[in-house]
Design a binder for this molecule. Structure first.
Ligand SMILES: C=C(O[C@@H]1C=C(C(=O)O)C=C[C@H]1O)C(=O)O
Length: 368
């Protein structure tokens, strides 16, 4: 099922100066000098299409720098006038929306800590009614696709059709190399449900450190995302927020030079033919997998009926353990990853148990 969003194509409302689309700027506007100097260097690279800056910063704990506030909007106005770059800021309530719009900010975005709260998103949506401004919605802090979709729907229902999603990664209890787990599966699900919705990747917040940014930025482009939002500061070592993940404008420019932009559509006829041939092979194998799965489930149904008629439990841990071991070592020998095999088997086991539960609860005696 597809989402029912009314969306204008990205290139109808965003002037893209250089491919891929790059939204860049400091995590926080700190001083007028810092913002203007960064903006000028970014504009000079010729690779930036939008200048971003945090004006109001949602911080985890009190006592940290919470953003420069409204005065920063004046600096942004000046940066825009001097560089010609449109501007983008995060808004977290109706007052932010009003102030940002009054200051002529071109694009608003909703942060992860706001997307998580439908009350906040609705307050922002209500403040946007009757306004024609592009809005980008970051994924919620926690890996919950429905919250992300819900926020996009609320903003869209307020009449905002210049809409985009921002993939900035998700909090996790697990120790990880990333500040926020990418969970590409969730971003891919959203792209599948709303193919017309532009998606921007935010490697800065996924990585939390400069070193990982090139890997995530390239992966985002390979996942057919429409652009990147990357934090850039004239001198990251003295940044008031997110010092470890910001890049200097020249490091950012170099990063962009090293990214490979790939297109989803294939133009070369020979490549197209070869891909069609391989896809035919994949189609055939997929049909075989599905029909084998159906065969397996038919046997599972028979076992289920025997268990019901002979009072045997559905779950058989020893048998399942044996299957897990045998299949994963066989799969490993065939160069399949253990993680993939375990997930596949787990899914199959759940379905097998669901089928047998259905049969267990059905009083009809099994056919011989
Ligand atoms: C099919 C059975 O029931 C359950 C499902 C299994 C399966 O799908 O292979 C294995 C063990 C049981 O937990 C069985 O007991 O063999």
């Amino acid at each position: 099922m597809k989402l029912d969003l009314k969306i204008q194509p990205l290139n109808s409302w965003m002037k893209i100066n250089h491919e891929p689309l790059l939204i860049a700027g400091p995590c926080s506007a700190e001083t007028e000098e810092q913002l203007l100097a960064t903006a000028h260097l970014l504009a000079k690279t010729g690779k930036v299409s939008v200048l971003r800056a945090g004006i109001w910063k949602p911080r985890t704990r009190p006592g940290e720098f919470e953003g420069i506030g409204s005065i920063g909007l004046e600096w942004l106005k000046r940066a825009k006038a001097e560089t010609g770059l449109p501007t983008a800021v995060e808004v977290a309530n109706a007052k932010h929306v009003e102030e940002a719009l009054n200051a002529g900010v071109d694009i608003l975005w909703i942060g992860a800590r706001s997307t998580v709260n439908p009350f906040t998103v609705q307050e922002i949506a209500d403040a946007l009614k009757g306004v024609d401004v592009p809005v980008m919605v970051k994924n919620p802090v926690n890996p919950d696709l429905s919250l992300w979709i819900g926020a996009l729907e609320r903003i869209n229902a307020a009449g905002i059709t210049k809409l985009a999603a921002i993939h900035r990664g998700f909090s996790s209890f697990e120790k990880s190399a990333f500040r926020n787990e990418p969970h590409w599966d969730l971003a891919i699900s959203l792209k599948t449900l709303a193919p017309e919705l532009p998606m921007i990747n935010d490697p800065s917040h996924i990585c939390g450190n400069r070193e990982l940014i090139p890997y995530i930025a390239q992966k985002a482009l390979d996942m057919d995302m429409q652009g990147l939002m990357i934090e850039s500061h004239i001198d990251p070592s003295v940044a008031w927020t997110d010092a470890k993940q910001q890049l200097t404008p020249s490091a950012l420019s170099e990063l962009m030079d090293h990214l490979t932009q790939r297109k989803p559509e294939v133009k070369n006829a020979e490549v197209k033919d070869k891909m069609a041939e391989l896809r035919k092979e994949i189609d055939k194998i997929d049909d075989q997998i599905i029909s084998k799965m159906a065969e397996r489930m038919a046997v599972v149904e028979k076992i289920g009926a025997y268990k019901r008629d002979n009072n045997v439990t559905i779950l058989q841990v020893t048998r399942w353990d044996e299957i897990l071991h045998k299949r994963t070592s066989y799969a490993k020998a065939l160069k399949l990853s253990t993680d993939f095999t375990e997930k596949l088997l787990e899914l199959m086991h759940h379905e097998s148990i669901r089928k047998q539960t259905e049969i267990m609860n059905n009083s009809t005696v099994a056919e011989a």
